[in-house]
Design a protein around this ligand. Sequence first.
Ligand SMILES: [Fe+2]
Length: 177
Amino acid sequence: MKPNSLQELYIEQLQDLYDAEHQIIKALPKMIAEVTSTDLKDALTEHLEVTKTQASRLEQIFESSGEKAKAEKCKGMQGVIQEGSDLIREIEDENVRDAAIIASAQRVEHYEMAGYGTARNYASLLEDDNAAQLLQETLDEEKEADAKLTALAEDINVSAPIGTESEKRTSTRKRVA
Ligand SMILES: [Fe+2]
């Protein structure tokens, strides 16, 4: 059923986020298994635990809104995760693979940040201060995870081989074309 009010749209957005969190809970262990850097592994493992808390926070909001905790297939997150796992699977160099894992994980974080920012605003407009606060907590955690990945990328990306001169020339030509 299509939402016909801000309240219904809000619930639909929560269901979408609820599904997204579950997709992440399923995908993160597979991603972690591919990581070489201990720091990156630790950061993603910690975020997996944080993600489980975020899913239960959504359950709390559903409950206090008198709604069933229902997941609505988040096709966007499915695409982001699929693209990342397709890319990572084909990479042999450990440092390049770690760099690609960060690139994929940051896309996930930003997608979530967009969703939580919107849901938090709806909760405020609908004067559900408790839900707004819970959604803000999750939003802050996603931002924190993103910042941590940016910091890790500073070390990991520079460890990845830059590529041969001819590869660089090819990529420059591609850019110009
Ligand atoms: Fe999350």
